[in-house]
Design a protein around this ligand. Structure first.
Ligand SMILES: [Zn+2]
Length: 595
């Protein structure tokens, strides 16, 4: 196997702890445990008598909680990062599990604080929240109260937490085990191999049409062999979700996700409706792509066929240069922050056995800088991945001025900085390419990427809604799910793409349906938001930059709607969401010109 240019690029975690057996790890956990017990002794009775609660007491409690969570987060992040980098190392596996278990115990000791806070009546809560002393914690305290009608008693919540491990979490693990052990027999260049799921999926990007078709048939044929267990898992999880909705008084299955995202369902409905109205735009692109591939019509397995000329190889050092230049053109501060990630070894980029696949950026807490993991393989796609994760890294760095509770952003805006970072790098690359064939490849890649995050995720969410509605009537069968899936996709592809019959299994391996239901619309939100913001940047130029920096610095200190207001974003307006599609239309028109 050829080695990637990122060989030797590993992160340095010694800022957090020295090694997996650093005695400070256990000292930290023991200290958290002792603090949590003291916390319960000090504050349990005070929280049970809300009429006597003073801002000083609440402040004292929050400051102590912050210290405990921060320390637990430090240990948890360290264990998680070590494990992600070497998943097969038994010492790291042990540490991760031990930390997880002890953290759950400690968090259970602290659970009463939140539950009691939800029981505090509105007038007392408002009296406390109005006090200047609690100003920096007011968003956290206020937003916790959105769960008031949906939280059960402390013993009930504890039982749910524990039973979930053998209930819905167990079904999730079963799904992971089944899908990660899938094996697809496939013959290529006269060699027979057993491919895993990600290997067979990557063949859908192959230039050879017959091979793509064979890969797709093999994929769905392989999935259909597990129809019973995959359907059973999904069916059970939907039923579990519906049961919890009833017990927690949620009006509909998607409501708890909206609440978690700090977003009003009405805004999401508008966004999804506008997205659907733009399905014909996608179909126009599919017809254009058919022309590029010299086909009368696109089949599903042609969707990701390469067009134009690939810019390969793309060495890591060059990626670093391109990303830093692109960030600098936006704002020198961006370059300065991103450069530190490279210089201080906060990125683990090399490919090695036992390392977790994919990529992520971990922003443990305001007291620590973020870390990035990726598997750099000298592709253009990898450059975009690094740009994406560095976007998260910028966000995580800029929002370090927030306290622990205001640090993280909800899902809907969590992808803003990352997708924006990708846009900066994409534009920079496109502007510096002179070969039209390379420009075609870049543009088509970007358009298909956006389709995958906007249109496809909308289709996924519509399918989920339909599956949940169908489950209220009867148990789900593979047949019923397949039909719902084809219906939801049929609206998107229209008569521009031929769906294969095997595609009825397309729903069965998507992890979000299992691990984080109704998550997918957040991708639509993030991508359309960034397209609109990026247009503002192009129109307004440098005057946009400080507004954008303020948004990133704000972290999760308020709801997305409030934080986005100063930028002129109205998430309730259909016109706002349409702006994103105007941008997509522009990209498709540019491609058409090149052809
Ligand atoms: Zn991301």
């Amino acid at each position: 196997m050829a080695t990637s240019s990122a060989e030797g690029i590993k992160w340095d975690l010694s800022d957090i702890f020295a090694a997996h057996d650093d005695p400070r790890i256990d000292l930290t956990i023991n200290d958290c445990r002792a603090r949590a017990e003291r916390f319960a002794d000090c504050f349990r009775s005070a929280m049970q008598r809300p009429e006597t609660l003073t801002p000083d007491v609440v402040l004292q409690a929050l400051e102590e909680l912050e210290i405990i969570y921060e320390s637990l987060g430090r240990v948890g992040s360290y264990a998680g990062l070590l494990y992600a980098a070497e998943t097969s190392e038994p010492d790291y596996q042990d540490l991760e599990q031990r930390v997880e278990q002890r953290s759950t115990e400690i968090r259970n000791l602290l659970l009463f604080f939140e539950i009691q806070w939800l029981k505090v009546d509105d007038s007392t809560a408002n009296r406390l929240l109005a006090d200047a002393k609690l100003k920096t914690y007011s968003h956290y305290l206020r937003s916790l109260r959105r769960y008031r009608q949906h939280t059960l008693t402390e013993p009930e919540e504890k039982i749910i937490n524990e039973k979930d491990n053998t209930g819905r979490n167990a079904f999730g693990r079963l799904f992971s085990e089944v899908t990660s052990s899938l094996s697809f027999p496939f013959e290529k260049d006269g060699r027979k191999d057993d491919l895993n799921l990600s290997q067979i999926l990557s063949l859908l990007h192959d230039p050879d049409r017959a091979l793509r078709q064979r890969a797709m048939d093999t994929l769905y044929q392989g999935l259909s062999l597990h129809d019973q267990v995959l359907t059973f898992i999904y069916d059970a999880l939907i039923q579990d979700h519906l049961t919890m909705d009833r017990l927690r008084h949620y009006p509909n299955p998607i409501a708890q996700r909206h609440l978690f995202n700090e977003i009003d369902g009405e805004a999401v409905r508008t966004m999804m409706h506008v997205t659907e109205e733009n399905y014909p735009l996608a179909q126009d692109y599919f017809r254009l792509k058919a022309k590029l591939l010299e086909l009368p019509r696109l089949a599903l397995y042609d969707q990701y066929a390469p067009v134009g000329k690939d810019v390969r190889p793309f060495p890591y050092q060059q990626a670093q240069q391109v990303i830093l230049d692109a960030f600098e053109a936006f704002d020198p501060k961006f370059r300065q922050i991103a450069a530190e990630f490279f210089a201080q070894n906060w990125i683990d980029a090399e490919i090695r056995k036992g390392k977790r696949g994919g990529a992520f950026c971990a922003s443990p807490s305001p007291q620590l800088h973020p870390y990035i993991l990726c598997n750099y393989d000298d592709n253009l796609r990898d450059v975009m991945t690094v740009a994406h994760e560095l976007g998260h890294g910028l966000h995580g760095s800029l929002s370090r001025k927030q306290n622990y509770f205001n640090y993280d952003t909800p899902l809907t805006t969590a992808e803003t900085a990352s997708v924006f970072g990708e846009m900066l790098v994409f534009d920079h690359l496109l502007a510096h390419q002179t070969d039209p064939q390379v420009q075609i490849a870049l543009l088509a890649g970007k358009i298909e990427d956006i389709f995958a995050t906007v249109f496809r995720q909308n289709v996924l969410t519509r399918f989920e809604e339909k599956a949940f509605a169908a489950r209220t009537e009867k148990r789900l069968t593979p047949d019923a799910l397949g039909t719902l899936w084809l219906e939801a996709n049929g609206k998107y592809y229209g008569d521009a793409v031929d769906m294969t019959d095997g595609y009825r299994w397309g729903w069965s391996y998507i992890p979000h349906f299992i691990h984080s239901r109704f998550y997918c619309y957040s991708y639509v939100f993030g991508q359309l938001l960034v397209l609109a913001l990026y247009r503002m940047y192009k129109d307004e130029g440098k005057s946009f930059v400080p507004k954008y920096l303020t948004l990133l610095e704000a972290g999760g200190s308020d709801s997305p709607e409030v934080l986005l207001k100063p930028l002129g974003v109205d998430i309730h307006s259909a016109e706002f969401w349409q702006k994103g599609f105007v941008e997509i239309k522009g990209l498709v028109a540019n491609l058409q010109k090149l052809i």
